[in-house]
Design a protein around this ligand. Structure first.
Ligand code: SF4
Ligand code: SF4
Length: 127
């Protein structure tokens, strides 16, 4: 397996749609964002506004069960920023199995974008 996440992302460009779907599905299952205070605050905001949300049917990898998700939003490290989350409270990404497996270095993917976006901003010195 490539040691660099960017390299892996490039490799995924050559995957078939089915293979890509399998990878995304696996990442969604590994994702622990639904246990994070940052994620929950956004979910609660949506709930209060009556915007709905989807009840998570299956048990997550940590054994927890979320009450709400936002249109299935998760795995921000791979899929990009949230359409809703704005306030950063705490990030649990460093404790996520996927983060360890992939050697991710950044955090707050829901508000700051995927690993490669953050890496590029770091390199060119844009905050
Ligand atoms: S690293 Fe963060 S965003 Fe990515 S799957 Fe894990 S908890 Fe979710
Ligand atoms: S990306 Fe980090 S801060 Fe955002 S919801 Fe997931 S664990 Fe929390």
């Amino acid at each position: 397996m490539p040691s660099d996440y960017f390299e892996l992302m490039l490799r995924t460009l050559h995957l078939t749609p089915e293979e890509r779907e399998l990878i995304i599905d696996k990442r969604k299952k590994q994702c622990i964002c639904d246990m994070c205070p940052t994620y929950t605050s956004c979910a609660l905001k949506q709930k209060e506004e009556g915007a709905g949300g989807t009840t998570v049917e299956e048990e997550g990898p940590t054994g927890g069960k979320s009450e709400w998700t936002l249109n299935g939003e998760c795995a921000f490290c791979t899929l990009g920023k949230s359409a809703c989350i704005e306030k950063e409270v705490e990030c649990l990404c460093s404790t996520c199995p996927l983060s360890r497996e992939m050697g991710l270095r950044y955090s707050y993917y829901c508000t700051r974008g995927v690993e490669t976006q953050q890496k590029i901003r770091d390199v060119i010195g844009v905050g």
